[in-house]
Design a protein around this ligand. Structure first.
Ligand code: KG4
Ligand code: ZN
Length: 322
């Protein structure tokens, strides 16, 4: 079986999958509560917590799969992009286990991991497809031709990522971190037509969300505290509608431009109920695999050339893709 490790941001995650992509264990320990009081992830705090959690989380995954390290044939670990200190914890743990057992190690790109969440059983997706990847750190339209080769980026965000727009909007509305799920929940009680939040139209297939956040800031500032309290759900619904509209519009446009037969949606924002409903016919990642997890990293590890023992001892983590 394949052991996957993910520590790029504020989830410490370990998973075991079979080579055919059946999930045997998928353990995610979120640090969200730890960072909530700061309104965002504090990198140094995240690294320290990863260090405390990585071994127990791996143990728990092995227990869940009723397996031991002897059953592991390959280790896949997120090597980047992400918080460098956080990534190093996962990479070091992966190196140590792989080295001790002379196992091969596959350094996985986090974004390819999100795409590979679509390749797991019981409903694996076969390329080609157009993939909208919307997370806290990235917003990308990807032309996926093969499972093993890096996809071509057709469009990206020029400023904030879609998940970042959700998180910053939630903060302005006084909701807890991380804000995407909070806005999603509150929006169901609100009127999405109540406020007009335009999303900037940038040329090509790119996105821009920073103006939207400013529009929400002004709307919030324009309300008296009691009025804000009463209209919070309307603000959340209208704000979410604007983000979803921008994502759907660009995704449709990209699908048309490349003649994509299949459209898929992955990443934390793919968990959004309005986005999932607004793209009928599209293939969303399974709900539990949208936000960061290690099953998707183990899945991606199957499609890249692993580094054999002991070559990976020199392997480094990277903070950004560029
Ligand atoms: O993929 P992910 O777990 O981490 C990154 O790679 O960034 O994505 C996290 C992002 C956060 O910004 C979070 O607010 C957002 O996904 N998110 C959502 C929902 N659930 C998580 N955004 C909108 N609606 C949701 N239901
Ligand atoms: Zn992610």
């Amino acid at each position: 079986m394949i052991l996957g490790l993910e520590t790029s941001c504020d989830e410490t995650a370990a998973a075991l999958i079979s080579p055919d992509g059946t999930i045997l264990a998928n353990v995610v320990s979120s640090q969200a509560d730890l960072h909530a009081r700061y309104g965002g992830v504090v990198p140094e705090v995240a690294s320290r917590r990863h260090l405390e959690l990585v071994t127990p989380v791996i143990r728990e995954a092995l227990g869940e799969a009723r397996a031991g390290l002897d059953d592991v044939e390959l280790i896949g670990v997120t090597a980047g992009p992400g918080l460098i200190g956080a990534l190093l914890v996962g990479v070091s743990a992966a190196k140590a286990i792989a080295w001790a057992r002379r196992l091969p190690l596959a350094p996985v790109d986090h974004l390819h991991g999100h795409v590979a969440s679509l390749y797991l059983e019981p409903d694996p997706l076969e390329p080609p497809f157009l993939c909208l990847l919307a997370s806290g750190g990235h917003t990308l339209l990807l032309d996926v031709q093969e499972r093993g080769s890096p996809p071509r980026a057709l469009g990206t965000t020029l400023d904030d990522a879609a998940g970042e727009a959700f998180d910053k909007g939630a903060r302005l509305l006084g909701l807890a971190y991380p804000g995407g799920a909070e806005i999603d929940r509150l929006a169901r009680e609100g009127d999405a037509e109540a406020f007009e939040f335009p999303v900037a139209r940038v040329p090509g297939l790119d996105f821009s969300f920073s103006g939207l956040k400013t529009a929400l800031l002004y709307a919030v500032r324009g309300l008296e505290p009691d009025e804000l309290e009463r209209r919070r759900a309307d603000l959340a619904a209208s704000y979410q509608r604007a983000i979803v509209r921008a994502l759907v519009e660009r995704t449709r446009q990209a699908a048309e431009e490349i003649g994509a037969g299949t459209v898929a949606v992955v990443g934390g924002v793919a968990a959004n109920s309005e986005l999932r409903a607004a793209l009928p016919g599209a293939v969303p990642a399974p709900l539990e695999l949208c936000t960061d997890n290690a099953a998707m990293i183990a899945s991606a590890a199957r499609f890249i050339e692993p580094v054999s023992y002991p070559g990976y001892l020199a392997l480094d983590a990277y903070a950004s893709s560029a």
